[in-house]
Design a protein around this ligand. Structure first.
Ligand code: CP
Ligand code: NVA
Length: 313
């Protein structure tokens, strides 16, 4: 039984194979093998979602499985049924589960209590499906037409992550970047350094000390192959909105900051974006922005992950 709760749940070799099969899923869309035939996968959401919800539902369908859409608010779990019992019950019906939730511990408890693969569709701690897709999207540009070289082409590349450097996406870059040999330079306000949780995970995976944090955005983007940002107010952080908008202002990705990166640098954002906050409309819609390729690739990469987990059962 395999789960995908964090970037390091796939080995480097498996990640390279998932990239190759993502490229195949992309080029053969409509004639892919029915990897989830006669299977039903639950998609359980405790938080809002546009891309993840739709790309997983469509993805399970395209692999010939049945996606079962579940909103936590409509289920007994929101009235106090335990995570463990929910996992045990749903394991009697379903072949796998995709979950978006608040505490990462819920995913771990669900995976430990059930008897089916669990995929992290975003927790407060990590967003591994997005990270994997982002690396695939960058590799498409670095090694066009050679999916067999995607993983290799990422090694030694520099990614700058600006703004909320303590959020789930930043954590995913810290962990996943270390695992794939990508240099990750974070720049955000003092007090937003990657926290104890992600440092502990790095250590557990034997990957300690492979990222850099600075409060200077220009330092982070210098020589970067890709500049990344995420919203300044993640889901669940709304009470801190005014303060975050104030202190993160110097980390806005704008044309001036982009010009400090490599001339060939791409701009990426997991979306949804707030133009005028973490990124200017000019950069978001500009020629270096590949945000809609990222959004599209969620579908192809997640299909490859689902097929991989189904075959590993
Ligand atoms: N990037 C991403 O996960 O988007 P959604 O919140 O719309 O799913
Ligand atoms: N950091 C953001 C990502 C949204 C896809 C959030 O958690 O809201």
């Amino acid at each position: 039984m395999r789960h995908f709760l964090k970037e390091t749940d796939l080995t480097a070799a498996e990640t390279a194979r998932v990239f190759e099969s993502s490229a195949r899923m992309k080029s053969s869309r409509g004639s892919e093998s029915p990897a989830l035939a006669r299977q039903s996968w639950g998609l359980l959401f405790f938080k809002k979602s546009t891309r993840t919800r739709v790309s997983f539902q469509v993805g399970v369908h395209e692999l010939a499985g049945l996606p079962v859409m579940l909103n936590a608010d409509d289920m007994q779990i929101s009235r106090g049924e335990t995570v463990a019992d929910t996992a045990r019950v749903l394991s009697r019906y379903l072949h796998g589960m995709v979950i978006r939730c608040h505490e990462h511990a819920l995913l771990e408890e669900f995976a430990a209590s059930g008897t089916m693969p669990v995929v992290n569709a975003l927790s407060d701690f990590l967003h591994p499906c997005q990270f994997l897709t982002d690396m695939f999207t960058l590799a498409e540009r670095l090694s066009p037409g050679r999916p067999d070289r995607y993983a290799e082409s990422l090694k030694g590349r520099k990614v700058a992550f600006l703004g909320d450097t303590a959020c789930n996406m930043a954590n995913s870059f810290v962990l996943g970047g270390a695992a794939l040999g990508v240099e990750v330079a974070l720049a955000g306000p003092a007090g937003y350094e990657p926290g104890a949780g992600i440092r502990a995970q790095l250590k557990k995976d034997g990957l300690a000390g492979t990222f850099a944090f600075s409060t200077d955005p220009a330092e982070a983007v210098r020589g970067a192959d890709m500049v990344y940002t995420d919203v300044w107010v993640s889901m669940g952080m709304e009470a801190e909105r005014a303060e975050r908008l104030r202190i993160m202002q110097p980390y806005q990705v704008n044309a001036r900051l982009m010009s400090a990166a490599k001339p060939s640098a791409w701009f990426m954002h997991c979306l949804p974006a707030h133009p005028g906050e973490e990124v200017t409309a000019e950069v978001l819609q500009g020629p270096r922005s590949i945000v809609f390729d990222q959004a599209e690739n969620r579908l192809h990469v997640q299909k490859a992950v689902l097929a991989h987990l189904a075959s590993a059962r």
